[in-house]
Design a protein around this ligand. Structure first.
Ligand code: F6R
Length: 615
């Protein structure tokens, strides 16, 4: 939530910042702003709405200078107005700051500053924050070469809450300061230039050498030098890491939307999830970074999966797959619930968190809470170097490449694939036979090809979308491992097309939601499992008897009887371990086409942001 970019170097900062903001726009798009410092003068432009509008305003006004900060906002404190847009500037006009996060004690700080004569133009916690820096700046020794940096550091000691910040001072035209606690911040080391950003995508066009800041760290970028310290004044040696993806990975290419591009990237994402992860005899999976021995894993008698949103749906699939193939009991928790629930866990519980971004605040908090209690933690994560990746005891990187569309698609199926591999690995450590392992691996390896086949349904689903695009409500039904896919189908549809949709276990429908059913509310029934096909058939009859249209998703060997359903989507036959992945494809395509036909902003749905770094 919210994206920040800062630049210091010898080039014109404005186009670099605007380009960076465009790449971070998925983190928030309520308003945007840029501040440039030149010859001690601060030039500030803010704009309600998208970065494209800010870009026109900033670039046409000839804003230039080689030090600047910028921000794209997802509103937390205060409405979507130009006043509330960042960067914020202190009352004395000396300090400018772009902030991502939430300051919890801003009310008391505001009162304190008001008592010192400060007044405020916006409703934001960030304006309070920047004024507290200004307050400390005035108290520092004027002649100190580290006056600005020290004032930020001292201010941070009084701040409760989360922040990733980029700050500059009109009296220090050669210095850019960044700091983080709870919100991500990365420094890019370029050719005689530094950048600061919330996410590598904003830096990658200029450098692949980065330093990930940890909580409680501050950085001063000044005269070509990078100084890293903690808020407790400990000097640190920066650890420079190489980012392993290219700028083209995050470009739209010939696609109309990132969401469609990412849907079509799924075969490759699954290949990447598997690369180098099977044993030579292809009878099980192997993972380099688990940091948990086979002996330790054999001791595990329960796994707790924790995540938010779509990643939580992946956890629900994990419950079915891990229990079926590894026979280990699984619990699934919303990270936001788990973190405050103080749930009693058995001492042999393994905690696995799933997060595409690796920065979701609730998932991170659940991870920290589990670690604090002494549990082993693993993360399934798509962002190398993210906070969750760094703080978990071990984990599995998805290698799905950057996911820019706000609605998760390829990251979800890549999570499902890794879960499938993990279920195999855990199963083979227990009772799964060598032969079953070999068959399982063969099935996993076929997944990219089968997903590519399922993607050929695109034209058929586009036609179907035209028929259903005006519906007001929609029910997604599935049983067992298709229940999470029903939930995910409903989430995809509602988040990008704003159609009310609910996912339900098919049989549970009779205990309430059947009241919604009628010709205004079609049902999408995931009827892909041969063992419960007849049960789903009955559920479909119940829906049809009440006058609703039914779209069934079936596999090749088990179609619905002629004339029973209104529309049918046939996915390829496959091993049960990859069925949730295959069944997700038509759900994604249907939502995409419906949203597009309704004129919705597919990649940037209203009120949403991709990386939820506030509670
Ligand atoms: C929905 C979606 C979200 C995320 C959720 C968790 O399409 O993308 O529900 O799944 O915000 O995000 P991560 O996986 O980054 O922790």
């Amino acid at each position: 939530m919210c994206g920040i970019v800062g630049y210091i170097g010898n080039r014109d900062a404005t186009p670099i910042l605007i380009e960076g903001l465009k790449r971070l726009e998925y983190r928030g798009y309520d308003s945007a702003g840029v501040a440039i410092l030149k010859n001690g003068n601060l030039n500030l432009k803010k704009q309600k709405g998208r970065v494209a509008e800010l870009s026109r305003k900033a670039l046409n006004n000839g804003m230039s200078g080689s030090l600047g900060i910028s921000h794209t906002r997802w509103a937390t404190h205060g409405g979507v107005t130009e006043e509330n847009a960042h960067p914020h500037v202190s009352q004395d006009g000396k300090i400018a700051m772009a902030h991502n996060g939430v300051i919890e004690n801003y009310v008391s700080i505001k009162k304190f500053l008001e008592s010192k004569g400060y007044s405020f133009y916006s409703e934001t916690d960030s304006e309070v924050f920047v004024n507290l820096i200004a307050y400390h700046y005035e108290k520092e020794d004027e002649d100190s070469p580290t006056r600005f940096f020290d004032s930020v550091r001292k201010c941070l000691r009084h701040i409760e809450g989360t922040y990733g910040i980029a700050v500059m001072c009109t009296e220090c035209p050669n210095e850019l300061v960044g700091a983080r606690k709870g919100s991500p911040l990365i420094v890019g080391i370029g050719d005689e230039e530094f950048l600061i950003a919330s996410d590598v995508s904003a830096l990658i066009s200029r450098t692949s050498n980065v330093v990930y800041l940890n909580d409680g760290e501050l950085v001063s970028l000044k005269n070509g030098k990078l100084n890293l310290r903690t808020t407790d004044e400990e000097d640190l040696e920066p650890e420079i890491q190489k980012v392993d993806w290219e700028i083209q990975d995050s470009e739209l290419g010939d696609y109309e939307h990132y969401m469609l591009k990412e849907i079509f990237e799924q075969p490759t994402a699954l290949e990447n999830a598997m690369r180098g992860r099977f044993t030579d005899d292809s009878s099980t999976a192997k993972f380099g970074g688990l940091n948990v021995s086979a002996q330790e894993l054999r001791q595990v008698d329960r796994i707790l999966f924790c995540a938010c949103g779509t990643a939580w749906h992946a956890c629900l699939v994990a419950e079915y797959l891990v229990e079926r193939y590894a026979r280990i009991p699984v619990e699934v928790e919303y990270a936001s619930e788990f973190r405050y629930r103080n749930a009693p866990l058995d001492k042999h519980t393994l905690v696995i968190v799933i997060s595409q971004s690796g920065e979701t605040i609730d998932t991170l908090a659940a991870l920290r809470e589990s670690k604090r209690k002494g549990y082993k933690t693993l993360a399934i994560n798509n962002s190398v170097g993210s906070t969750i990746a760094r703080e978990s005891d071990g984990g599995i990187y998805q290698h799905a490449g950057p996911e820019i569309g706000v609605a998760s698609t390829k990251a979800f199926t890549s999570q499902l694939h890794i879960i499938s591999m993990l279920a195999l690995y855990l199963g083979r450590l227990r009772d799964m036979s060598y032969q079953d392992g070999v068959e399982y691996v063969e099935a996993l390896k076929k997944a990219p090809e089968l997903v590519a086949d399922a993607l050929k349904l695109n034209d058929q689903i586009e036609e179907m979308a035209a028929k259903y695009k005006d519906m007001q409500d929609c029910l997604f039904l599935g049983r067992q491992d298709m229940f999470p896919i029903a939930l995910e189908g409903a989430l995809k549809l509602k988040e990008i097309s704003y159609i009310h949709a609910e996912g339900y276990p098919a049989a549970e429908m009779k205990h309430g939601p059947i009241a919604l059913i009628g010709n205004e509310c079609p049902a999408i029934v995931l009827a892909t499992q041969p063992d419960i096909h007849t049960k789903l058939l009955s559920n479909i009859q119940e829906v049809k008897a009440r006058g609703a249209s039914v779209i069934s998703v079936v596999n090749q060997s088990n179609p619905m009887p002629e004339g029973l359903v209104d529309d049918q989507i046939v996915i390829p036959d496959c091993h049960r371990s990859i069925l949730p992945t295959l069944a997700s494809i038509p759900m994604q395509l249907l939502s995409y086409h419906i949203a597009k036909m309704r004129g919705c902003d597919v990649d940037k749905p209203r009120n949403l942001a991709k990386s939820v770094t506030v509670e």
